[in-house]
Design a protein around this ligand. Structure first.
Ligand code: BTN
Length: 255
């Protein structure tokens, strides 16, 4: 018996148009997806794995992907428009988790989902050898425990123990349904992303032109860029990179 029930995933997706590839163990579902695209995959597709041996994160990092407890999946849409893909995925993951668990997830620019100040999910969107095809990789720590030492203070799980309330297949289906919707309504995704932003109004440390700076996050613009006010009051816009919260500030949204 495979660890993930493909029939249940298909049932929760409720659309036969999506081709589902399921693995008990693989190196990386993003890599599986890219291989299949190289081999001529033209359809909309979803790659899911019970565990990954080489789960990839952004900036060359790894994504801890032990068996039976997390969701590791890569969605290949039919759209060739990459705008706001990470934003769409983050909004879909955050809302799907909230809907199934009644949690109050937050989104940390640019690609992380947080719960109780711990990272519970990460997103890695990648281009492929085919300029018309993209891979949206999503990792969710659903019941994961015992994180490696280097991430144990930062990583958390959606549920603290296997409460048996949520099936991974059900959450997979809900995330993909929401993601498909947001890819067709990207303006709605950016609104959710803004509403759930963890760092708007916070002081952050960031790197720009190889220099570390700090500033106050003023907003997330329509293209998903982070607008930061530096101490000298000038504005800087980050389209990608990292922004680490250094302290809560008194700035309130809307003031
Ligand atoms: C990050 O946190 O920097 C992004 C993590 C993305 C992890 C997912 S798990 C499924 C897919 N396959 C991978 O190798 N990575 C993504």
């Amino acid at each position: 018996m495979p660890y993930l029930d493909t029939c249940l995933i298909k049932k929760s997706l409720n659309d036969d148009a999506i081709k589902v590839f399921s693995y008990d163990e693989t190196g990386s579902t993003n890599e599986e997806a890219k291989e299949k695209i190289k081999d001529g995959l033209t359809e909309e597709a979803l790659f899911v794995a019970d565990s990954q041996t080489m789960g990839k994160g952004r900036r060359g990092r790894s994504f801890y992907s032990p068996p039976h407890t997390g969701i590791y999946m890569s969605y290949v849409p039919v759209t060739d428009d990459p705008r706001l893909m990470t934003v769409c995925a983050a909004a879909a993951v955050a809302l799907a988790i909230d809907e199934l668990t009644h949690a109050g997830t937050m989104i940390k620019w640019v690609n992380d989902i947080y719960l109780d100040m711990k990272k519970v999910s990460g997103i890695l969107c990648e281009s492929t050898g085919d300029p018309r095809r993209y891979v949206i990789g999503i990792g969710i720590n659903l019941f994961t425990r015992d994180f490696p030492d280097d991430i144990s203070s930062l990583a958390g799980s959606v549920l603290t123990e296997d409460e048996g309330k949520i099936k991974r297949e059900e959450l997979i289906g809900l995330v993909i349904k929401k993601l498909r919707y947001f890819l067709l309504h990207r303006d709605e995704a950016i609104n959710v992303y803004r509403e759930k932003s963890l760092i708007t109004g916070k002081t952050v440390r960031f790197i720009v032109k190889d220099r570390e700076e700090t500033g106050l996050v003023r907003e997330i613009d329509n293209d998903g860029g982070l607008v930061i006010e530096k101490d000298d009051k000038s504005l800087v816009r980050l389209s990608t990179g990292e922004a680490e919260i250094v302290k809560d500030s008194l700035f309130k949204k809307g003031c």
